[in-house]
Design a protein around this ligand. Structure first.
Ligand code: PAF
Length: 272
């Protein structure tokens, strides 16, 4: 595995690659969720590039940019173990040098996750577009857990006519159902137990749909019932393009739940 720090190094390598390139962009602190993306990229491509870059433009003022976990040495080992070919670890000054052309995410980036973090998705799209420009992947891998991010990136690729296949990867869960997240470590024992109600509520919703229930109102009620008195931030039922829907459309629906456990905010979703 080669570790690259500059854009020139990566571009020089990229221009000599004529086969499929799989790209997994990350902000590091790699866990099993990331590993599953990298392994999928490894299987499906001749060359695999992973980037680790804690992108400042997707953090709002006052958010945890400085406290964001950095585990460079452990991450390098994980990438090596997953047989990554190139690990791109640029510095901030390499990625952002001057006042630059900005990307504005569409209005639907200001709902749900974008409502609590207005401007967050502008920064995500900005850095992903830069990374796509440098790596020019054939396939780029994103987790379904960050469903709104995935939807916006898919739209960006279409809107800018980028010849990149976006691969949506399944959510990886603990054996008891909790979706993997680097924030799970902040849960105390009770919160960890309570957090299981999130996936339980999603499975209960999916069971209702399997029994032919299509009314979004009924399904939302079920989720509220399962979540009991927990601090539910939102339940949303949207199509794959993040438009709110009234009736479940099979193969085109995502049910999203966000709940808070003390200071820890957990997201989960299920794709129907
Ligand atoms: O999902 C993430 O880790 C980040 O938002 C991404 C896509 C790497 C962009 O910084």
């Amino acid at each position: 595995m080669k570790i690259l720090k500059t854009i020139e190094e990566l571009q020089n390598i990229r221009k000599n690659i004529t086969s499929n390139v799989g790209f997994v962009p990350t902000m590091g602190a790699l866990h099993d969720g990331h590993i599953s993306l990298i392994k999928k990229a490894r299987i499906e491509n001749d060359v695999v590039i992973v980037s680790i870059f804690v992108n400042p433009t997707q953090f709002l003022p006052g958010e945890d940019l400085d406290a964001y976990p950095r585990k460079d040495e452990a991450d390098k080992k994980i990438c090596e173990m997953c047989q990554v070919d190139y690990l791109f670890m640029p510095e901030i000054k390499t990625m952002y040098t001057k006042e630059e052309v900005l990307l504005k995410a569409p209005n639907k980036s200001y709902i749900l996750e974008g409502k609590t973090r207005p401007g967050h998705f502008d920064g995500v799209l900005q850095v992903v577009l830069k990374l796509f420009g440098i790596t020019q992947p054939t396939n780029a891998y994103f987790g379904k857990k960050d469903a709104q991010q995935l939807s916006l990136i898919t739209q960006m690729v279409k809107d800018f006519f980028l010849p990149i296949n976006i691969v949506a990867c399944e959510i990886i869960r603990e054996s008891d159902g909790l979706a993997l997240s680097s924030r799970n470590i902040y849960l105390d024992e009770k919160q960890r137990k309570d957090s299981l109600l999130i996936s339980k509520s999603l499975y209960a919703a999916a069971t209702l749909v399997a029994k032919e229930e299509k009314d979004v109102k009924v399904i939302k009620e079920k989720i509220h019932e399962v979540m009991q008195t927990l601090d539910l931030e939102y339940v949303a039922i949207v199509d794959r393009e993040f438009n709110e829907i009234k009736k479940i459309e099979l193969n085109n629906t995502i049910i999203l739940v966000v709940a808070k456990f003390g200071q820890t905010r957990l997201l989960d979703n299920i794709w129907l």
